[in-house]
Design a binder for this molecule. Structure first.
Ligand code: PLP
Length: 421
């Protein structure tokens, strides 16, 4: 890679709303070259690139604020605490949560789901009960529930999907029974791009008083999420997929449920008092935040939220939708290409296979062209089994991608066929 000098406004958060087409220069890595070609980054579902404002915020934290939070009375500790708690407030607004205490900082989506499975799940799921997930879940929304079910003697039930990669809602309704203790579904599938009708699905579960956890890892970078409007009980996402730093994420939980749940981990910060006889746990959200958290990550996530708010998530969604439609139209015309995931409602993900060519080879040849896509099972092996493929090639888009980049992808796919077809 070569270094390219680009001019980046230092205080983007103070800028007027920025336009989608003008935003590429905010992302330094997008201006690098890979294998002698301009980088075309189409692996956004795995992780997104970071705008300079997020990078600067993390650097500034270490340069001017670094200190441990919630425990010092000194200047720096108070400054760091304020910045971290301010970020929590930004997340609350981002998700439209009713209370700040409902926002728990975790390591990411995976830890958020494990927290709910180990805390809410262990408390409420008993032998003979059922946990309901869907056929298109990421492994992180399967395995934590499997561990719980094995421990408790409960059953993991699965909502099936059709050949387009849409959940079969009639079957879902039938699977909601008196034995169902929690529903855990993805908002948007990382392997297929399907946007699930979660509002409707949550309403069905709520009619039977069954709580619902929504895996929002692939949704928050592409659409507005309002947890009060959705009426979900838990919502989880990872900062790194929404243009923030890695190693931090969010669990939103309904206050009433979080209050009744036991702690997930023990340690500093999650207590009010400790004796060898008894520990009194801290109030929300700290009860679920044992130990020193990812302070710079949380503050960086706050900057990422400021950034997407400037761009406007509705506009982002519309732009990406156009990009996806454009890419799909071109890709289906390539002989031998099969798109995996053809739901009516899709977001920013284009998974495909080419007849007779292994997806890894597709990825390798595209990489030589400077094009980064993902190949493999995308941590969703049951999805691959459902569609009878070992793996797919997956291009996933963000608002900083362009039609010219889509054209390069399509040319690359033709090149793959030329070389290996
Ligand atoms: N759920 C979905 C739908 C995902 O796409 C991912 C990551 O790809 C995860 C969960 C796990 O996210 P993380 O690895 O950030 O915890």
């Amino acid at each position: 890679m070569t270094n390219v000098q680009i001019e980046i406004p230092a205080t983007l958060v103070d800028e007027k709303p920025v336009s989608i087409t003008g935003c590429r220069h905010h992302f330094p890595l997008l201006h690098e070259r890979v294998n002698g070609k301009p980088l075309i980054y189409l692996d956004n579902a795995a992780t997104s690139q970071k705008p300079q404002i997020v990078i600067d915020t993390v650097i500034k934290y270490y340069q001017t604020e670094n200190s441990n939070i919630h425990r010092g009375v000194h200047y720096l500790s108070e400054k760091a605490t304020q910045a971290y708690e301010k970020a929590r407030g930004k997340v609350q607004q981002f998700l439209h949560a009713a209370y700040r205490e409902e926002i728990i900082f975790v390591r990411g989506t995976t830890e958020g789901i494990n927290l709910v499975a180990q805390s809410y799940g262990r408390q409420n799921v008993k032998e003979g009960d059922e946990v309901l997930i869907s056929a298109m879940e990421h492994h992180s929304n399967i395995v934590p529930w499997q561990i719980l079910c094995e421990e408790k003697g409960a059953t993991l039930c699965v909502i099936p999907m059709n050949d387009a990669g849409e959940l079969v809602l009639d079957e879902y309704e039938k699977l909601l029974t008196a034995r169902t203790k929690i529903v855990a579904i993805t908002h948007v599938s990382n392997a297929l791009g399907t946007v699930n009708p979660i509002k409707q699905m949550i309403a069905s579960a709520r009619k039977r008083s069954i709580p619902v956890l929504v895996d929002g890892a692939q949704a928050v970078p592409h659409m507005n999420v309002d947890v009060q409007d959705l009426e979900c009980d838990f919502y989880v996402f990872s900062s790194h997929k929404v243009f923030g730093p890695t190693g931090v994420g969010v669990l939103y939980g309904r206050k009433r449920l979080l209050e009744a749940m036991p702690p997930y981990q023990g340690g500093g910060d999650m207590i009010k008092s400790v004796t060898f006889e008894k520990t009194v746990y801290n109030d929300l959200p700290y009860k679920f935040e044992a130990g020193t958290p990812n302070i710079s990550g949380g503050i960086g996530l706050g900057a990422a939220i400021d950034y997407v708010n400037k761009l406007d998530l509705k506009a982002i969604g519309e732009y990406e939708h156009e990009l996806l439609a454009y890419a799909t139209e071109k890709l289906v015309k390539v002989p031998g290409v099969r798109i995996i995931g053809t739901a009516k409602e899709k977001a920013a993900v284009l998974s495909f296979v080419i007849e007779g060519i292994h997806p890894h080879d597709v990825g390798t040849i595209l990489d030589a062209e400077g094009i980064a896509i993902r190949t493999g099972h995308h941590c969703a092996q049951p999805v691959m089994q459902r569609f009878g493929v070992p793996a797919t090639a997956r291009a996933s888009f963000a608002f900083y991608n362009t039609k010219e980049e889509v054209d390069a992808l399509i040319n690359g796919v033709y090149k793959v066929k030329e070389i290996l077809g």
